[in-house]
Design a protein. Structure first.
Length: 421
């Protein structure tokens, strides 16, 4: 293993000690494990001579000054949080890649014209609050106080309360917003989380755009009843009604496969949840993803229609609440060209395709020209402890990231990238 690969490996390992469980890595949004990983990040950046700032919602921003101190920064980064049973690479690979780039700049004694930042975004995963990319939403003015009060975890703790626990007051959320004049560009390195690179035996992909989620919370209200004495004809079983709807959701998504739209029911709760009670209430959540907004919305309409049909056939009440409706994002073409040119110089043969997963990059694009680099995921597995990316592949991604950071942070390149923003 090369020296830089060893360094990447040991840094990744240091983060993955935090939240390691038998079921995978668990660094959930606004929990001790996430915060501990952010503290480690701040410590490692400080060791590289960077200035550290924690913003109003808990994003950690490490800054390496350039020759022009008031110039906009070239930022890289990703997130340190994970899903409940996460892998060792989603998010953290991009944070470690940022650190690796700064370490290389330091070793080579390179002073960039523009400042370089590494951002460890808080709470990218939607596992806890049903809302993703919380840190980058706040940074780009897309997180409202109402949402933060409304979105609750499964214990009824709101996002605002969870923030408060770490001394972040949601009333100050707008202080996290960064202006277009502060950021020159943003680059995120991430594992692909899909099988394309490995299938084609390629090492790098440049994302063209990012699919965004539309999310529903569905409440089915039937009637809780004695499981022994209530005849089959006399039931309003919320679980059966909800199941019927879930089966149809799969069908609706399959019928949109032309647009590559997907739909998932990953949260499904039954109340009161007792062996001897006909289920009275069910709450489930639907995550619809795709690059085609009309296709996502068609699925939402069909779910609503089907809900009305199930209501009348089963005598239950069904409420369909849209809890998120994000727009797919096209990433900056100028940055994509910088990435493609850098690949050429480095002898890399990249693929170019859109991302099905969400990323902080999708919010950052609204503030500055943004690019997203993928490195391969073994068997396309992600959000799973089996997630694996070879260190050599992350190191190649770092080579590309380093080259692009250098090109973007030196004066001669600035205007080129800006024109396409
Ligand atoms: C992020 O991992 C997502 O849910 O897309
Ligand atoms: Mn991620
Ligand atoms: Mn993820």
């Amino acid at each position: 293993m090369k020296r830089t690969e060893k360094r990447i490996q040991s840094t990744l390992d240091a983060f993955n000690v935090i939240g390691e469980t038998e079921e995978g890595i668990q660094r959930i949004a606004y929990t001790h494990n996430e915060k501990e990983a952010q503290v480690l990040f701040a410590y490692l950046c400080k060791k590289e001579g960077m200035d550290i700032k924690v913003d109003a919602v808990g994003n950690v921003i490490a800054r390496r000054e350039g020759r022009f101190r008031s110039a906009p920064a070239v930022a890289v980064g990703s997130h340190v949080d994970t899903v409940y049973t996460g892998g060792r690479f989603d998010g953290i690979a991009g944070v470690v890649a940022g650190l690796e780039v700064v370490r290389r700049l330091n070793e080579k004694n390179i002073r960039t014209d523009y400042p370089v930042e590494i951002i460890a975004f808080t709470s990218e995963e939607s596992s806890r609050f049903g809302m993703s990319t919380i840190g980058s939403k706040a940074m780009t003015g897309k997180l409202s106080i109402e949402q933060a009060v409304k979105q609750k975890d499964k214990d009824g703790v709101s996002l605002a309360e969870a923030m408060k626990h770490y001394n972040f007051d949601i009333a100050n959320v707008n202080e996290a917003i960064r202006s277009k004049t502060e950021l020159h560009s943003f680059l995120e390195l991430h594992i692909e989380q899909g099988p394309e690179l490995e299938k084609q035996n390629k090492k790098i992909a440049i994302a063209t755009g990012i699919a965004a989620p539309t999310r529903l919370c569905v409440n089915v209200k039937g009637m809780a009843a004695h499981s022994g004495t209530t005849s089959m004809a006399n039931r309003k079983d919320a679980l059966i009604a909800a199941s019927q709807l879930v089966i149809m959701i799969e069908k609706f998504a399959q019928e949109e496969s032309l647009h590559k739209t997907v739909a998932t029911v990953g949260v499904f709760e039954v109340f009161p949840g007792a062996m001897n009670v006909v289920p009275g209430d069910v709450e489930f959540k639907v995550d619809i993803r795709g690059l085609n907004t009309a296709s996502k919305h068609r699925i939402v309409e069909r779910i609503k229609e089907e809900a009305r049909a199930v209501e009348s056939s089963r005598g239950v009440d069904i409420e369909v609440d849209i809890i998120g409706d994000e727009q797919p994002v096209l990433l900056d073409e100028g940055i994509r060209q910088v990435l493609l040119d850098a690949c050429k110089d480095l002898g890399m043969d990249p693929m170019v395709f859109p991302s099905g997963a969400g990323h902080d990059a999708m919010n950052m694009q609204s503030v500055c020209p943004t690019g997203l680099i993928f490195v391969p995921s073994h068997n396309g597995i992600s959000h799973n402890p089996e997630e694996f990316t070879a260190i050599e592949d992350i190191a190649l991604g770092c080579d590309l990231l380093e080259k692009c950071v250098l090109e973007l942070s030196m004066e001669r390149e600035i205007n080129n990238a800006k024109t396409s923003g």
